[in-house]
Design a protein around this ligand. Structure first.
Ligand code: S3P
Length: 169
């Protein structure tokens, strides 16, 4: 596999689980932009948002996206907001096939409602927030090379769908 597979989509789309399983199937490495940011900073995303603010997080994110864009043949799990910066999309396209794991706000919310580590969802009505983000980001997510609607799919089904769109090498 020459190109990387770059997974984008809203929080709760299943990017982390799908990326892990996909990397196993493809016998390749996996990397997560969020995990890289946390490693670089030595603190969690929640702490970065709280102590330094979202714009600072977005700068770090841009930097790590630039780094992962150099890789070939990896599976890349992107934070849900990576796509809003056009530089990130341009960089990721260099060596990557972008796959949008499309998920409705309701399904995304059901998948993550018991998790508490996402700063953008620490609000009174997280489902409303997810709806707002999906709406405002739709046009960015849809810049992906492929779109897979994950609402009715298990993680394994989604991996199967991703494998179908990859060039045979
Ligand atoms: C964000 C999504 C998160 C993380 C950060 C911001 C977003 O990643 O990057 O909390 O803006 O949608 P996941 O999509 O992996 O949860």
């Amino acid at each position: 596999m020459q190109k990387s597979v770059v997974l984008v989509g809203i929080m709760g789309a299943g990017k982390t689980m799908v990326s892990n399983s996909l990397a196993n199937h493809l016998h390749c490495e996996r990397i997560s932009t969020d995990e890289m940011v946390e490693k670089k900073e030595g603190r969690t995303i929640a702490a970065i948002f709280q102590e330094s603010g979202e714009p600072y997080f977005r700068q770090l994110e841009e930097q790590v996206v630039r780094e992962v864009s150099q890789l070939q043949g990896w599976v890349v799990d992107c934070g849900g907001g990576v796509v809003i910066n056009p530089k990130n999309i341009a960089n990721l396209r260099k060596n990557g096939i972008l796959v949008y794991l499309k998920t409705s706000p309701e399904v995304a919310y059901q998948r993550i409602k018991n998790q508490s580590h996402r700063p953008l969802l620490k609000v009174q009505f997280p489902l409303d927030k997810i709806e707002e983000l999906v709406k405002s980001r739709k046009r960015f997510y849809e810049k992906a090379d492929f779109i897979i609607d994950t609402d009715q799919l298990t993680v394994q089904d989604t991996v199967t769908e991703v494998l179908k769109i990859l060039p045979n090498e």
